[in-house]
Design a protein around this ligand. Structure first.
Ligand code: NAP
Length: 304
């Protein structure tokens, strides 16, 4: 299959390109810049060709995708700075990337009649309650600008395409970008005590594990809405931090605090990020491994 991947310089897109190449698919990586930055230790980890394509430029997207003629597009590019999106000067850009950018890709996929996968988030919901969000839940009620933009993306995919996957994920960590695990390791290396919120609940998602599932999906025709995170208990960020320091063998004391005690962040955050992933097995997909196992492999990989 020929698969076009947006956001290939980001955490998820990088691993998706590598997974496609490892399975013998023809992957075309794309990012907004001139260069493919998917490198580790100065060595390119992937031989996929690279396209520079700003997803907000409608004509540019159309020209590139019509020239490439992919069998599928895995759309990982997004504005992901959740707090930054709340700044009045950034809001139009955040919405343009996540909403109109996705719409531009949808238009080209529609024209090409190819498969499309859109990576979404639990932020399309309001983060209230304690029940896990179901894959087919459409009780949309985003609580911040980022969530609103990602919802615009979901809606245009659902309304305009038939051969689509919407995959909602949460708490992402991967080798190609900054994430909570890296932040904890960095801050923990020069603090003996840290405060971390214990009232926002969800599950982490390791991009390496997710990429395997996304490629399984794109090879199939089992279209629709899915949730995908690593398996295991739902936890708080406090629990996650404690496990990072336990596995990393770092003597850092983690103190639980509420979101209110922690202080105001620019964007409102969901308390309930629980995503029900049971539809994966129901549809014959192999769920992701347990999040503790994923963290162990991530830390091993980082230390290699
Ligand atoms: N990170 C999380 O915790 C999380 C949680 C739930 C859902 N998600 C979703 O998962 C997906 C992947 O997230 P991630 O963590 O891998 O994101 P990431 O590391 O921030 O990467 C996003 C990529 O999007 C690209 N991009 C931004 N604006 C663009 C534009 N105008 N044109 C083309 N490319 C553009 C950037 O490319 P360049 O670097 O080339 O500029 C960047 O590398 C996103 O859809 C995100 O919304 C993430």
């Amino acid at each position: 299959m020929k698969v076009f991947v947006t956001g290939a310089n980001g955490q998820l897109g990088h691993d998706v390109v590598n997974e496609l190449v490892a399975r013998g698919h023809e992957a075309i990586a794309s990012g907004s810049g001139e260069k493919y930055t998917g490198v580790q230790d100065g060595t390119a980890v992937c031989s996929a060709p690279y396209c520079s394509m700003d997803i907000c430029q409608r004509e540019n997207v159309r020209q590139v995708l019509l020239a490439v003629k992919p069998d599928a597009v895995i759309h990982c590019a997004a504005w992901t700075n959740v707090d930054g999106a709340e700044e009045p000067e950034n809001k139009p850009k955040a919405l343009a990337v996540n909403g109109e950018g996705t719409s531009n890709i949808v238009d080209a996929c529609n024209y090409l009649d190819c498969k499309m996968m859109y990576i979404s988030t639990d932020y399309v919901f309001n983060g209230q309650g304690t029940e896990p969000w179901q894959a087919d839940c459409q009780d949309y009620d985003p609580m911040n600008v980022y969530g609103f933009g990602k919802l615009m993306g979901e809606l245009v995919v659902k309304e305009c395409l038939k051969k689509f996957f919407v995959v909602r994920i949460s708490w992402v960590f991967g080798r190609n970008g900054g994430n909570f695990v890296d932040t904890m390791l960095r801050v923990g290396s020069n603090h003996s005590q840290l405060k971390v919120v214990n009232d926002q609940i969800g599950r982490p998602t390791y991009t390496l594990d997710l990429s395997r599932l996304l490629v399984d999906m794109i090879e199939s025709e089992k279209y629709g809405f899915y949730n995908a995170t690593n398996e295991g208990n739902n936890i708080s960020w406090y629990d996650f931090a404690k496990e990072i320091f336990r596995q990393g063998d770092m003597p850092v004391e983690v103190l639980p605090v509420t979101t209110e005690e922690y202080g105001i962040s620019k964007a409102q955050r969901p308390f309930n990020s629980r995503l029900d992933t049971s539809k994966l097995a129901e549809q014959g997909f192999r769920p992701l491994p347990d999040w503790q196992d994923a963290l162990k492999r991530y830390l091993l990989d980082k230390n290699r």
